[in-house]
Every structure is written in C-alpha cells, then in structure tokens.
Design a protein around this ligand. Structure first.
Ligand code: HEC
Length: 140
C-alpha cells in the first residue's frame, strides 16, 4: 500500500517535468480585433482565454495533468481562431470565421468544461444573440 502511494507520488512528480509551452502573451497586438465595447465584453469573458494572445492562465495550468488539458485547449483554440491576429485574416478568412462563430456560439463554444469553471462565461441567450447579430450572418 505504501509502495503504491509512493509510486503514484513519484509519477505525479515526474509528470510535472512535462511542460508544454503556453500561448505567447501579447499585450498590444497591432492585429487585434477592434469592434464595439459590448461585443468585446462578451468575447473577452467567454472566448479570449482560448482564442487570443491574452490568455489568462489559471493557477492549475501549472500543475500536470491539468496543465496539459488547459494548454492544449488554448493552443488548439488559437490555431482555429485568434482575435489577437484578426487583422491578419483576409476577407474570405474573416467571413469563414464569422460564420463559424455564428454556428458555434449557440452550441459548442465556449467549451463546456470552461464554462463550468468560469461561471461568467456561461453566456445568456441575450449574449449569444448579440454575438450572432454581430457576425452579421443570417440563418438560412
Ligand atoms: C476553453 C477553451 C475555449 C474557449 C473558452 C472557447 N473556445 Fe472556441 N475553440 C476551442 C478549441 C480547442 C477549438 C478547436 C477545436 C474545435 O473546433 O473543437 C475551438 C474552435 C473554435 C472555432 C472554430 C470552429 C470551426 O468549426 O471552425 C470557433 C468559431 C470558436 N472556437 C469560437 C469560439 C467563441 C465564439 C468562443 C466564445 C464564446 C469560444 N470559441 C470560446 C477552445 C475554446
């Protein structure tokens, strides 16, 4: 029993040495999305922690295995959509992203696990609709 505990403890310690890189923090990106304050407010509360270079990493993002999950979400999120790089997208890409936001803000985004921990990221119907209106894409 003691040996088992010791082994679990050692595995946990070794896990701490596997530290994936976090998303780079950029305070003033020249490519940052600029839009109305109301939209920015919702995006910052619910999306920026995975879709920007301004990720506010929680304390447990320093502890494996939580760090692996959180950092993976932020890296994959930034790859799919990065509001800090918005002005680097061309017209077609922006249209695509807006459509994807329209589609996901009512379903899969923000990720349920994130909304579960960050209560204020659990968007109300009004907040979701505001984002949909903002994307300017009409439902077919
Ligand atoms: C906890 C991290 C997290 C948060 C918070 C989050 N996302 Fe994501 N998002 C991801 C990840 C990871 C992916 C890429 C993998 C995937 O598509 O599931 C993604 C993908 C996307 C995509 C691309 C989907 C596609 O099919 O092209 C859109 C659009 C998106 N997110 C919008 C949002 C919006 C809008 C918000 C805020 C309301 C948000 N996300 C909040 C993690 C997050």
């Amino acid at each position: 029993m003691r040996l088992a505990l010791l082994i679990i403890f050692l595995v946990f310690i070794v896990m701490q040495f596997i530290r994936p890189d976090k998303v780079e923090y950029i305070e003033n990106s020249p490519y940052e999305l600029k839009t109305d304050i109301k939209t920015m407010e919702v995006l910052k509360i619910a999306c920026y922690d995975c879709h920007s270079n301004k990720v506010d990493y929680p304390w447990y993002s320093n502890i494996a295995p939580f760090s692996w999950v959180v950092i993976n979400h932020t890296k994959e999120g930034v790859k799919a959509l990065n509001f800090s790089n918005w002005e680097k997208y061309n017209y077609v890409q922006k249209e695509e992203k807006l459509k994807a936001i329209y589609r996901t803000v009512y379903s899969s985004m923000p990720l349920p696990s994130y909304a579960w921990v960050h209560k204020d990221a659990k968007l109300s119907k009004e907040q979701r609709e505001a984002i949909r209106d903002w994307t300017g894409v009409r439902a077919k």
